[in-house]
Design a protein around this ligand. Structure first.
Ligand SMILES: Cc1ncc(COP(=O)(O)O)c(C=O)c1O
Length: 396
């Protein structure tokens, strides 16, 4: 019997249903009380001074870059293996992207390659490490480099909910950090994002910029006397606000974060155990002191080969085998995905910056050889065993 296993599933119950009715009943459906409550819960959980909800993570990244002063003529270091919008957000500001390859063991920016880039280009003003799939980049080392060269740091923590290094939450190392609540993320509001920062100046700017540049929000105005006076708009702002319906979902999801995250971590540790016998797949590596959030559970399809000497030819050869493996899983109704993109190979970036696949070989390998396995909190024993027995059968 075939079982249908999606790559992920959202985790909602009656609380979400009850809470999203509230804005409909009160009529306050734009950024308001629920968004504020969601921000407060997020701020407390990540131990940051400010949390500002946005329409999605990409807009949060754009606002964060702008609030840090990144503009035309500047350059920002971005890992070449990430979701395309990490780089797109840099392009929105008029600045240019400088790609940096990743470490295949963690899928995160290779911090040992950053200094060379900085030393060869005076226009580099910021670094955007990405805490990919729920694992923090080597933030302590990156912050040290940033301090030495006086660079700003914006963490793309789209996937980094409940990801930690010791007792510091992902997104709280840099000047600011941005999160996504897209349904593929651990907690979701449909679309949605959050920027956290300890810097009051960045917080004030982001708060204003996301609200058309208004120097007083609708919510503040409606809670004051003489609310017929409209605010001044003294910045060129955007409409990047989160609705209160999304805010209500965010509050409900924060209230059940422990169930969600325990569920994800339980599946991840079961995968770790089951895959330790399967030499063709290299399971995610978690450095000492790091706590993985498992937004995704991403393996490398090595087919049992030693990957220390990778080149385009052997990556392409293994890529065909990986695709064959994924096709066979799909035939059994088990969804998989590649981890994410080697964005230097995507049309826009390849053409604009004249890049070749081999320029960032580890990112190329990560795109061609990664396999993201299904992970969601409600996965039952029968589903888990079905996945593992099919993986074993296909790879035997
Ligand atoms: C690493 C990374 N950055 C940014 C984003 C963009 O998030 P959003 O869809 O909320 O704009 C994503 C979403 O998939 C992501 O994975």
């Amino acid at each position: 019997m075939k079982i249908n296993i999606p790559i992920t599933k959202t985790f909602f119950d009656n609380d979400e249903k009850e809470k999203i009715l509230k804005p409909l009943e009160t009529g306050w459906v734009v950024q308001g009380p629920f968004v504020h409550k969601f921000q407060d819960k997020f701020k407390e959980f990540t131990k940051s001074k400010h949390a500002l909800a946005t329409s999605n993570c990409t807009t949060a990244l754009h606002l964060g870059l702008e609030a840090m002063g990144i503009t035309k003529g500047d350059k920002v270091i971005v890992p070449s293996f990430t979701w395309v919008s990490s780089a797109n957000a840099v392009e929105y500001t008029g600045a240019e992207v400088v790609f940096c390859d990743i470490n295949l063991k963690t899928f995160n920016i290779d911090e040992t390659k950053i200094e060379k880039l900085i030393e060869s280009d005076q226009k580099i003003k910021a670094i955007m490490p990405v805490n990919l799939f729920g694992l923090c980049a080597n933030m302590p080392s990156i912050m040290k480099i940033a301090k030495e060269y006086k660079l700003k740091v914006i963490e793309d923590s789209a996937c980094g909910f409940d990801a930690w290094i010791e007792d510091k939450h992902s997104g709280s190392f840099g000047d600011c950090g941005c999160f996504s609540f897209h349904p593929r993320k651990s907690i979701t509001t449909g679309e949605g994002g959050m920027l956290i920062t300890d810097d009051e100046k960045i917080a004030n700017l982001v708060s204003q910029l996301k609200d058309h540049g208004a120097n007083r929000s609708d919510f503040q105005r409606h809670n004051q006397k003489e609310n017929f006076f409209l605010p001044d708009f003294d910045l060129k702002g955007y409409n990047y606000r989160m609705t209160d319906i999304q805010g209500a979902l965010g509050v409900a999801q924060m209230d059940k974060k422990k169930i969600i995250m325990d569920g994800r971590r339980n599946i991840a540790s079961r995968y770790d155990e089951a895959l330790s016998e399967i030499l063709q797949l290299t399971k995610p590596n978690v450095p000492y002191g790091y706590k993985h959030g498992y937004q995704s559970y991403v393996c490398i399809f090595s087919d049992g080969e030693n990957l220390s000497k990778l080149n385009i030819e052997n990556i392409d050869r293994l890529h065909l085998k990986r695709n064959n493996f994924m096709k066979k899983l799909e035939k059994m109704n088990i969804a998989t995905r590649q981890g994410t993109h080697a964005i230097h190979t995507l049309g826009y970036y390849r053409n604009k910056y004249k890049l070749k696949d081999e320029n960032f070989l580890m990112s190329y390998a990560a795109e061609k050889l990664s396999v993201s396995l299904p992970i969601y909190p409600g996965m039952n024993d029968q589903e888990f065993k079905y996945i593992i027995s099919n993986i074993k059968h296909i790879l035997k």
